[in-house]
Ligand binder design. Sequence first.
Ligand code: DGL
Length: 256
Amino acid sequence: MKKSIAVFDSGIGGITFLRDAVRALPTENFIYYADTDHVPYGTKPDDEVRRFVGEAVAFLQQQGIKALVIACNAATSAAVAELRKRYSFPILGMEPAVKPALAYAGHRKVLVFSTSLTARGHKLKSLICRLEREHQIVTMPFDELVATAEAFDFDSPAVRGLIREKLACVDLKTFGAVVLGCTHFIYYRPLIEEGLLEGIRVFDGNFGTLKNLIRTLPGQDADRTPDRGNITFYSSGRVPDDALIAKLTKLVIAQQ
Ligand code: DGL
């Protein structure tokens, strides 16, 4: 039996990665694991999130996976270093795409939206420090969008209001880029883009992580087995009910 690539998130955010991954690697089998019992991660302490991620990855290891993508910036921030010490399969993390955003923005500022956990985390702070342009980067927690995404509310007057209010907190004229540092926020890319001024570009980490995944995979499987791969869903270690599987599948096949 062909081994699967596991994609993990606290909830539905990582589906934005899965959607791109199944298009790029159509013959691979995927497992999508959402830790629905414990979402949101971003407002919880690091050690608690580390424990939840540890339990999920122990479950995924039992399924005999060939690679793990932590399609969650908060889980990556809290747990990736420890997981890499414990497991021998490749573990890809997700980081806010600050580097390409700065390259695009030039001398203008970069606004990084993330969860509270990612914003205060050592991982993002040291990334920003390494780039030596701290003065240009403004981090802003936006945990509310995790709850709205989990409620499958992708475009309501309430969610539009939340985004409008958040963007009103900064002087957009001084910004050149916005980074979506949480995979749940990617569902709101069109609404966020609508609220920005011309010339401000939105970045997320999915493409970079997908490139790393493709580089990591042995690759030969794809050529030898032309059949389409499948996706198995888990919700905190259980098989979700049919209604949830249908909703998640719809997100995977949705066009952006
Ligand atoms: N999707 C996760 C991320 O990329 C976090 C969502 C949560 O707070 O659980 O950070």
